[in-house]
Design a protein around this ligand. Structure first.
Ligand code: 7PJ
Length: 288
């Protein structure tokens, strides 16, 4: 399968690594705006040297309980980094829920909108639909980042996530967005308990029936902390294990902080023939 984006039609015959570039004061902390953009661009170059296939640039933290960032502030963080990274020759994704950030980034030439809100914000769908080749990642979230970890409950988390994503796929189709532009994400950690997240990993192959590639973000997430007992800075091994499992379960794109280690791990499983990205659920050999 392919992912059509503004400048690139990404071949997903092998899993692709999306490197996370956070442009938030807590990630590149020298307080100065230009310094932040320059540091973020150096981080982009570092991730590309490590083998990232896609860069995901975000100016608003969506950690549980995080405060929203005003529009002007998010634009000031994200746009200079997008502008500076356009010359790097790889697909650029913008991690935002704000239609105005989407529009301005796409106008600059960004390739992908990665929306943890699945284009549900008023005007978001229109912003993406207005760019006939822009890629989009639609993610499932229960609630919003401020409240989502307050006792999330599902009868069947996999079925409910699949229903939601199928519904959003229909809405995008109706708005004229081609299927090939769309990638789907069950949203690990977004309104889910540890058990929900692990069930999504175990039963991830069921989501392949949606017919679009899956993007998974397990990197450093709290479920890994719950399983290993490790703080966020000590979750590399857990993150690699989860990324490999997700890839083996059919993920086409892995959103990660630790690009070099993830790329090496994928190379080993790929060399052994353990990572076919399936064309259809029927032809794949997932872990059961
Ligand atoms: C995700 C994301 C994810 C997608 C974040 C963090 C929280 N976008 N943005 N999927 N997570 N598509 O990285 O811990 O899982 S921000």
């Amino acid at each position: 399968m392919f992912w059509q984006t503004t400048r690139f039609r990404i071949d997903l015959a092998r899993p692709r690594v999306m490197g996370i570039v956070n442009v938030t004061p807590d990630s590149f902390s020298d307080g100065g705006r230009l310094g932040d953009a320059a540091a973020a661009l150096r981080h982009c170059e570092q991730l590309l040297a490590e083998g990232a296939d896609i860069l995901d640039i975000g100016g608003e933290s969506s950690r549980p309980g995080a405060a929203p960032v005003p529009l002007a502030e998010e634009l000031a963080r994200v746009l200079p980094v997008v502008q500076g990274a356009l010359g790097f020759g790889v697909p650029l994704s913008v991690d935002t829920v704000k239609p105005e950030v989407m529009r301005r980034a796409l106008e600059l030439g960004a390739d992908i909108v990665n929306d943890i809100g699945a284009l549900l914000a008023p005007g978001a769908l229109e912003a993406v639909a207005a760019f006939p080749r822009a890629g989009v990642c639609l993610m499932h979230m229960r609630g919003d980042p401020a409240t989502m970890q307050q006792r999330p409950a599902y009868d069947d988390v996999v079925a409910e996530v699949a229903d939601f994503l199928a519904g959003r796929l229909q809405v995008l189709r109706a708005a004229g967005v081609d299927d090939e532009r769309i990638v789907l994400d069950p949203g690990i950690g977004f309104g889910k308990t540890v058990e929900h997240n692990l069930e999504l990993l175990r039963r991830q192959p069921e989501l392949l029936a949606l017919g679009r590639p899956l993007l998974l973000g397990w990197s450093r997430k709290s479920t890994l902390g719950a399983v290993t007992g490790r703080a966020v800075g000590e979750r590399l091994a857990g993150s690699i294990a989860a990324a490999l499992a997700a890839a083996r379960q059919g993920a086409a794109v892995l959103r990660v902080h630790d690009v070099a280690a993830t790329v090496d791990a994928l190379k080993v499983w790929g060399a052994a023939g353990l990572l076919p990205v399936p064309e259809s659920p029927a032809t794949r050999g997932a872990i059961r």
